[in-house]
Design a protein around this ligand. Sequence first.
Ligand SMILES: Cc1cc2nc3c(=O)[nH]c(=O)nc-3n(C[C@H](O)[C@H](O)[C@H](O)COP(=O)(O)O)c2cc1C
Length: 457
Amino acid sequence: MTQHTRAKSEIFTPSGQIQFGVFFQGVNSGTIWKAAESGSQTDFESFRRIAQTAERGLFAAFFLGEGLRLREHLGRPHALDVVGRPDAQTMLAALASVTKNIGLVATQNTTYNDPADLAHRLASLDLISGGRAAWNIVTTDNAWTGANFRRGGYLDHADRYKHAEAFVETAKRIWDSWETPDGPASRVLHQGQRYTVDVTPRLPRSAQYRPVLFQAGDSPEGRNFAARQADVIFSAHPKFDDAVDFRKDLVERSVAAGRGANAVQIMPASEFILAPTAAEAAEKKEWVRSLQIGPQQAIAYLEQFWGRELSTYDPDGPLPEIDPVVEETSETRGSGFHGAKARQLADQWRAEAKDKGLSIRQFVTSKTARIDSTFTGSYTAVADHLAEYARVGAVDGFNISPWLIPTGLDDIVNHLVPELQERGVYPTEYRGSTLREHLGLETPVRTADEAAAAVRA
Ligand SMILES: Cc1cc2nc3c(=O)[nH]c(=O)nc-3n(C[C@H](O)[C@H](O)[C@H](O)COP(=O)(O)O)c2cc1C
């Protein structure tokens, strides 16, 4: 059976393997930026250290998110958040020169970019990294971000995936227009409802043909889009039962899209808090949580919803009796806060905190702890648990957010990876030199019809 027919099967076959990616986050409540051990979030050194550690641990990919506009807080740039993140492709290009194998994934949105330009920039990263680039496709379409581009919320929210699809199809046509790996390229003329391009691609194919496509978005439209277009989905469903359900859902969608049950790999966002014993891991978790949400962060978190200064409130006291000044939170507060019914939430939260006897800080810690994505335990217990994911094929891997930069992957690479290797569920070497090879993805094949269409165009 060829790779091609196996990929079209309607029966999902688990690979029995787990792979890791690392998701280097900007400022957020999941990463500790204020401890003595914390590095800088913008210095190259932090990125280099994490990427090289991940590569030592045979990670498939290094991810960078994208945030195109700073969050605001009470009408000003959020003071706890002000240093943003370097441009993903610039940073990944620099990392390409200090790494050899690890995949380099740039989150880039389809709403404010241009397909011909982005296709060229991603092809550049793919070429200079020797076939290690990937694009994490996101649709960020809010008016707040759009104001940076003098476009505001020009795109109807309901239309964002149709727009994304036209964007990705155009980019693929540009990448696919090379007749052979060395050329020549055919001119891509495309006149669509959303994009009109007349472009002769400026770069040949990379060692992995074209960049690997990731997608991050969880709505039914987002999942269908991934089923049609993506090689990997960066999911928000790491817990075992939820992960099994998500796999089932995605398999159905990718079979319905005609791509076969194994077409889209799944890598959920996750956090690991590990130690030699369960008791030490539990203790470490308390310590991590106390650093993730300090007194200032706890008050600022509530201020995002209340829309007013709460600095006179004691972080170790009860939630504020005073009501929020906003009915619904706006997008200036960031995606995690956007559109929350603030007054209703305040009532619920006060009741919940009172009920459980939680202070502001304890309450905010419980709300932001990303409990759903955390694996806490001894190296061996967590390795056993992950081996079970591999056995049933609940996921293809995990996209790990380190809670400390730049040393947050050390115990995963030094202790968890060898445990997984012993269980036969984790690679013992890189499978090849490209990201497509590490992930075991087949090389895209253009059908004769597609090739002919490209030539005719
Ligand atoms: C795990 C995960 C990571 C994401 N990372 C980013 C990011 O770095 N930048 C961004 O603009 N959007 C990011 N998104 C947001 C998605 O692009 C999308 O806009 C959002 O999830 C809403 O789409 P949906 O309704 O299909 O879920 C992420 C989403 C998920 C689930």
